[in-house]
Design a protein around this ligand. Structure first.
Ligand SMILES: Cc1cc2nc3c(=O)[nH]c(=O)nc-3n(C[C@H](O)[C@H](O)[C@H](O)COP(=O)(O)OP(=O)(O)OC[C@H]3O[C@@H](n4cnc5c(N)ncnc54)[C@H](O)[C@@H]3O)c2cc1C
Length: 220
């Protein structure tokens, strides 16, 4: 899995700070562009603590995500407050086998072998259909959830907070959790105040929505 923050609102903490200041001020928004850094920091800290997070919707972040499974992207695109562009299985022939192996399967020789044999067989069938002049858009029906894909996603900071709450949780599926953690690391470097306390709900809200008492984080 490769995850890279490839674009974001320039100075992503300034616009939300301006927006928050505007709501309690007679000053016109364009005049708030000169808001000093220390005041930006104070106001942003306040809105984040109060949970008035609509102002952070003014900051957006774009990620390039590659070599993840279709199983992951199926879960990812359920997050509706976002924009996506994904490699097409209609226009791109995946002639060579390209798939993700879950670590639990990879760590055991027998399960890994069985898995790889299954993938090999699937791709043989896929290529056979292509050779029989079946278009990629139909041949792809035999491809597995494990098939590798590439996707670009843009989310605003508020949507990201929700995404991290749901997907950094230990209850989330391992692959999307890995993605969420990588994305969180990336945005923390460019917007540390917005994402300082971001993470699973047990961290942000002090509650476990999943009520998973066997989770190692639950008692905390
Ligand atoms: C551990 C886990 C297990 C899951 N298992 C399943 C499963 O078995 N089956 C399944 O189908 N899904 C499952 N999901 C997906 C889940 O139900 C959500 O679809 C997904 O997490 C996106 O969350 P969201 O709606 O909060 O995000 P977004 O779509 O980004 O929405 C963000 C927020 O905007 C608001 N919002 C967005 N759209 C609307 C709307 N139309 N009406 C009102 N408010 C809206 C809501 O407040 C929402 O929380 C699972 C998710 C997790 C984390």
């Amino acid at each position: 899995m490769h995850v890279k923050l490839i674009g974001y609102t320039s100075d992503p903490e300034k616009l939300p700070a301006m927006a928050a200041t505007l709501t309690h001020s007679k000053t016109k928004p364009e005049e708030l562009e000169k808001l000093p850094k220390n005041k930006q920091a104070v106001i942003l800290e306040q809105v984040m603590n109060l949970g008035h997070t609509s102002v952070i919707e003014h900051a957006s972040f774009t990620f390039a995500i590659s070599d993840v499974s279709r199983s992951l992207t199926h879960q990812l695109v359920r997050h509706r407050i976002a924009s996506y562009s994904q490699q097409s299985q209609r226009y791109v022939n995946l002639i060579e086998p390209t798939y993700v192996i879950p670590p639990l399967i990879a760590k055991n020789k027998k399960t890994k072998e069985a898995y790889e044999q299954t993938m090999q067989a699937i791709w043989e069938h896929y290529n056979k259909l292509l050779k029989l002049n079946i278009p990629a858009e139909d041949a792809r029906y035999v491809l597995p959830n494990a098939t590798c894909t590439n996707i670009m996603v843009t989310m605003n900071a508020r949507s990201l907070l929700n995404f991290f709450e749901l997907r950094c949780c230990l209850h989330a599926q391992w692959e999307i959790r890995m993605l969420a953690n990588k994305m969180l690391q990336e945005v923390k470097t460019v917007a540390p105040r917005i994402f300082k306390n971001s993470g699973p709900a047990c961290k942000t809200k002090g509650i476990c929505p999943e009520k998973k008492k066997n989770c190692p984080l639950y008692p905390q």
